[in-house]
Design a protein around this ligand. Sequence first.
Ligand code: WTA
Length: 665
Amino acid sequence: MTDANQQGASPAPQQGHSIETMQVEERRFPPSAAFAAQANAQPAIYDRDFDELWSTEAGRLDWFEPWTELYSWNPPQAEWYIGGKLNVCHNCVDRHVLAGRGDKVAFHWEGEPADEIVPITYSDLQSRVVLFANALKKLGVQKGTAVAIYMGMVPELPVAMLACTRLGAPHTVVFGGFSADSLGDRMVDMGCTVLITQDEAWRRGKPVGLKIIADEALELAPNVQTVIVAQRTFAPVAMQAGRDVFWADACAGLSDDPASCPCEPMDAEDLLFLMYTSGTTAKPKGIAHTTGGYLVGAATTHHYVFDHKPETDVYWCAADIGWITGHSYIVYGPLANGATSVLYEGTPDFPAHDRWWEIVERYGVTILYTAPTAIRSHMKWGAEHAAKHDLSTLRLLGSVGEPINPEAWIWYHEHIGGARCPIVDTWWQTETGMILIAPLPGVTTTKPGSATKPFPGVDVGVFNEAGEEVGPGGGGYLVLKKPWPGITRGIFGDPERFQDVYWSRFPGVYFAGDGARIDEDGDYWLLGRVDDVMNVAGHRMSTIEIESALVSHPAVAEAAVAARADAITGQAIVAFVTLRSGFESSVAMLEELRNHVAHVISPIAKPANIVFTPELPKTRSGKIMRRLLRDVAENRPLGDTTTLADPSVVGELQDRAAGENAGEE
Ligand code: WTA
């Protein structure tokens, strides 16, 4: 990178090491008058008092005993709805049936082999949950028994979760793509004595032997005494006598009458579930969520952010229940609100690239919630697949999981939303349990790439290195200054780590680990994890900004950026790029992309190297594994690759990185 390159192109470094952003997104999308008029959230919602809002919103739930104190706060320990008693299954299932809504569809379940479509009404769901809860009870599960669940996206998965909550048994759902080691570690960490799994799961047209993987995991977790096996493909599986029982056999002869298995009254602060998430060390963290605050948070945000209307909407969160997004926005939030949802078992490209759009058309989906990585896959496959289907029922789109680059936002808006649907870009985390930053459709003017405003009753801020709050126009670290109902109550069994990871950087303030900028309008721009922030020639730059610039080039389908050490500039930028079909990698293409980045952001943001790759390494939840890319960029031995969706991607990437070097100026 020459000095000449930098002259005049880069803004002066800001004081206090705030994160610099140079790309300016000027497009604005105000809500239409028609949407605004009918929206659940009206502008005055932002004027609501913190205590009033969270007290009133708790009224969306049925409480067996009222809470007496809204919250208490002894950092890092929050408690909410103190003294309240409730049951999650009652709120998500039984009360809807009692209110006469039993015939309403809770889930339109669709198997990956397209011949299977099962509408599950709230009454059906109640029967299935009660029956299975009775089976669990008979097998010794009671209030407090820790239950592991390792399944694909079959109806038995939400049924198993709800049956646990009915009995007051905390669960941990382990994503069906995880390895035996990951499952085993989680079962040991939580002290699970029961595992619920299935014979095989369908994935991209092939059966995946979950029971075989579970058997391996069980060798690591000798405390598990009972294994319940749902039959999805009816493939023969090894069953260990005295330990393993088929789902149907466990339920045989038992009652599905709700009176036979009443909902256990739980304290608002009783453990509801653990969701394991990876941190900076090899050991995953068991993020704990409790009952009352979590459910109020999930239901309230689902209602307002998705503008959900239970009578008319067909809602589809296309995540996997094995992640927090699926917990809060497929299972608990939507069911608490009496939603009709789509539950789809398989991948978006089976048997063809238009599978999702076929589903939207079939059920008349009105609200679709997905991740930028999925949107970019669809971009790569081409808009013609969506164009084949009638998507006119859609009225709102959502995004979650990573910053959405403006080009993907615009593509989603035009090709899926028909330029008429508001897009809610929702920022939150496993730890937050619920959406914390997002537009309110009908109120907020959206900007492609910005998650816009904190949810009402959520106290967000941006701090600089010194722990001083930066105002509009500043950048730094995203923090939460006050607790919210869905905040994690800790890392299971490891209070020191909890304190250390989230509460030690700025005492008494929740450190989210993300960089953010607030623009002059007070809108938040999430800049990725702070460990993804690069420092090139004294300029702090976010990987996401450079990725956005690359993806805004017509030849680029997907891009990920990492830094490697450089003697002159401190760090140098390495970009990993997947081209759209019809474009070839070449030296000319490489120069074109570097110049494009220089043009869109600044010459200082120009990648030193570009590695063309047919596939980026991703976790099974679809997140690009930047840590691995950094290792590849640095030419280091690779760390743990077990969470990769496709481990073969990495070897090829290393070869390409070694072979293709853009050279430096
Ligand atoms: C990132 C997923 C920008 C962020 C619900 C966060 C986002 C991490 C967004 C949590 C968004 C999630 N814009 N970044 N809309 N949503 N993130 O725990 O870095 O799987 O810290 O929770 O994803 O990921 P997790």
